[in-house]
Design a protein around this ligand. Sequence first.
Ligand code: PEP
Ligand code: MG
Length: 649
Amino acid sequence: MAVLTRPVVVALRDGLHARPAAQMVQLAKRFAATLEVERGGRRASARSAVKLMLLGVQERDEIVLHAEGEDAAEALEEMVAFVSTPGAGQEAPPRAMPAGGEREVAATPDADGRLRGTGASEGTAVGPAFAFFPEALPESPQMVPAEALPDELERHGAAVAAVNAALAHRHAAAVPGSEESAILAALLEVARDEELLADMRARIGRGIDAVAATLMAGRELAEGFERLEDPYLRARAEDVRSVARQIGLALLGRADAALEEVPHGAIILADELAAWDLARIPPGRLGGILCRQGGATSHLAIMARAQGIPAVLACPASVEALRAAHVVALDGRSGEVWLDPAPSVRETLAARIADERRAREALEELRDAPSVTRDGRAIQVAANLGAVAEIDAARRAGAEGVGLFRSEFLFLARRSLPDEQEQFTVYDTLARAFAPHAVVVRTLDVGGDKPVAGIDFPHEDNPFLGWRGLRMCLERPDVFKPQLRALLRAATAGNLRVMLPMVVEAEEVRAARTVIEECKAELKAEGVPHGDFALGIMIETPAAAFLAEELAREVDFFSIGTNDLTQYIMAADRMNPRVARLNRPDHPAVLRAIGAVCRAAKGAGIPVTVCGEAAAKPEMIPLLIGLGVDELSMSPASILQAKRSIRAL
Ligand code: PEP
Ligand code: MG
């Protein structure tokens, strides 16, 4: 049987963190081979996310991959590709500290009665105290006689299944793509971790009762995480402990205090609150969070920020002091905390809360407000999306349609091309979600830098100047036609538009139209319902900018991709930090090109969108609008700020 090893330098941004580790487990489970990762002489199974994370693998570390078994060679290739891809396995939750990060810890209140912890989620809160100090579960092992072990193992299996089912239920109920969903997925990963569960079972097998075996295995693993240097990985101890506790509670047939009953606006006081606990509190109920433990990179902190709940963690108050408090005030930016604050402090904080509320309301009011300049020019603000999971976030942010759907994300990181039906479902869902606003789908934009299973890209010295985007699609009708057919079918919704990437000349647009007409004729002959779509192009090459007048006669709209347009005009790689100084969309050369494109579009009577990163930059928005851009498209998180910038012009 093949036994293979391969040293490799890790390119994963942030190393083997929760999500990349979870994805590596998914990858490993597809193979029969035994797969292991070795770092600094320590080895972990690639089928255990927690053990992988415990290796503490960082970006640029050298690791050794081991594979043994029949499909070892194929498995090894995929593992190497995975750890060599910087963005593989979605990004880890934000690791940077928010403003007011780790602070000096003062053990006793100052003259104002003020303590300081770690500001973990911005915002000021004053509210009634809700003490949450659930009792510790019994970890003193009871010996189980040998004949009772099978029953004990079965009880444990049932408790694990119950916790898994409860987590899976909550995960299914969370908004797809939200922080909560990602965190629950990470907890689920721990609750399913083969090595952790095997460790619990092995302890039971040695005669220890299931509750103690579960808690001991969880504690040891959590302590392993706590010994790591990386603050993000250290915070994973919380996930392991809370999963072990949930299994322990299920074994005992108990539940933690009724968090569902937290009064409105209360500040929850705890030793340590798990993200799992927070997920049980109805949204909008909690006024604030104050814990004696925890850090700004914990899942709790990330979820608190996502829900806008002010939070201070690592507060040096004693349990007795917290239990005795009636009213609590905190500032989640500075980390300041007051237990039973004096009237003067409450007055100051009330003013701060009112200011924060006004600022928040002002921004949120813009969600449904028209994005119109003060002199009455309407500038539509749409969303850039890469998956249907992002639809809700875009709608919550008040997106007026989708200005760029990067369809390549449907093709990347999979073992075969998505078929027509799968693509149709995605485009149809998108079109219906935003109707009557327009949804612009960009046809496949990949090249040798982003390989796709099912398309053989030749080796190229300069893939950014090579066989990519529309060039590749026109030569691969087996790839292009299923996408165009899916788009024509989804076009019955009436608001779908299609744009072509990496265009350099009019002939390419005509060639694409010929393929579209062929697809229409096929669908008609097959009796498949379909519609028609407006066809536009991305302006992201200097050639397209120079030929804008000719191109404008061929298409229904332009969308300027400032990311590529800037890198090609300035000859400055958008990924290379050494030339970042030159990669500026506000450089006169780029602005002049944008101006010429807008004039050509006006002449032909077609609209112009900007869908590159520049569209979301407050300093670029006045320039783009001044040059004649009609619409801006950006990531959902930037939409409200952009609306504010537009309305101030
Ligand atoms: C662009 O080039 O500006 C653009 C929006 O496309 P992408 O970032 O996907 O290359
Ligand atoms: Mg581009």
